[in-house]
Design a protein around this ligand. Structure first.
Ligand SMILES: [Zn+2]
Length: 365
């Protein structure tokens, strides 16, 4: 299998177009056309992860966190980022990061945490906008079904639990082909009044190329009339964090004990108990405090995240149980998620989960 093929599998779940603009997800070092000897999955890429890849004969490391965030001006080995890159180049080990794009998709990091906690009715906590297009196009009546089916097949028409959504309206289109035109119907130089169906569908931005390929293939006209609009609609399937309900409500102490056990935690930093049961739980792996207000607005009883600073604990305002479980601890489950994903997609090369803890934070009790 080629590196490109494995990346296609990963990006089938989490297209890189959905990463945040500060992020650097994607192939950081490597050659897409290279054959893979083995894949090592880790949360971070450190020098010891590279040593592990070398000893496990893996020439592709798939990590959650991109080792390179800021552009480099030199490559001298003065810090661990540069040393990792130099070592990767010397040993020809490709480095790939699947970061905020994996945070933002359904089935990504936050849905994995929700599944570990057996949350029910899990939704995206903060759905994003501007990642849906509406396509309006016009075709002869008798081609309507063919065009629609091609668009659906290419990924259009999905709204929540409904597939093959569209709107169609019949009317008259006009055009006058010039002397260079080869019209499907009508004659050069004559004003044509053609019975046409106006078709409207929506689709997520990452399938845009496929949609237009499908449209050109299925539509009979030489020149296809269409409008493409970027929508402000929320995409319920894309965005930060997740929210769901526990199978059974728990008191706060039992909830923290449950969280500690399920997420394999040594310690949880949390705000004062509010003496009310925990049922609705919002969460965000990594640094998710920016979602605190959303969690409160959606009446979550608890918000689980990491990297909460002293003053930020006050922002819970006695409205929610805020729990900081540690950045590494919150996202460690990403390794299993990625391994599982590659297995489900029938990736036929050896996939190893790193056995090294890259957590830079240690605890002294
Ligand atoms: Zn993280």
């Amino acid at each position: 299998m080629l590196i490109r093929e494995v990346i296609n599998l990963l990006e089938g779940l989490a297209p890189t177009i959905y990463q945040e603009n500060y992020d650097n997800s994607g192939l950081i070092y490597g050659n897409l056309e290279e054959n893979i000897t083995g894949i090592l999955i880790s949360l971070d890429i450190t020098e010891s992860i590279l040593d592990e890849a070398i000893s496990e004969n893996c020439n592709l490391i798939v990590a959650h966190h991109p080792v390179v965030f800021k552009p480099l001006k030199t490559l001298t080995g003065k810090n661990y980022v540069e040393r990792v890159l130099i070592k990767a180049i010397q040993h020809n080990i490709a480095l790939y990061a699947i970061h905020t794009n994996l945070d933002n998709v359904m089935g990504g990091v936050n849905f994995q945490i929700a599944s570990i906690l057996s949350l029910q009715d899990v939704r995206v906590l903060a759905p994003t906008t501007q990642n849906l297009y509406k396509l309006t196009t016009f075709c002869p009546h008798e081609y309507t079904q063919q065009v629609l089916e091609a668009l659906w097949q290419a990924g259009a028409g999905q709204i929540g639990n409904y597939q093959d959504c569209s709107f169609r309206l019949e009317g008259i289109g006009t055009y006058r082909p010039n002397e260079k035109a080869k019209p499907f119907a009508g004659t050069q130089g004559h004003l044509e009044q053609a019975p046409e169906t106006r078709i409207e569908v929506i689709f997520p931005i990452h399938v845009k190329n496929n949609i237009f390929k499908a449209l050109r293939k299925a539509h009979p006209y030489e020149e296809i009339a269409y409008y493409l609009h970027l929508l402000e609609n929320e995409n319920q399937e894309l965005g930060a964090g997740a929210i769901g309900t526990l199978e059974t409500a728990m008191d706060e102490l039992s909830f923290l004990a449950f969280l500690k056990e399920k997420m394999q935690l040594n310690v949880i930093r949390h705000t004062a108990f509010l003496n009310r049961p925990i049922r609705k739980v919002a969460l965000c792996g990594g640094s998710g405090l920016f979602l605190l207000k959303k969690a409160i607005a959606q009446n979550a009883d608890a918000f689980i995240t990491a990297d909460v600073k002293y003053h930020e604990f006050f922002d819970a305002e006695g409205q929610i149980l805020l729990a900081d479980i540690g950045h590494y601890e919150s996202e460690n489950c990403t390794k299993n998620l990625l391994a599982q994903l590659l297995k489900e997609k029938n990736c036929n090369v050896s996939v190893k989960i790193s056995q090294i803890s890259t957590n830079p934070v240690n605890y002294f009790y």
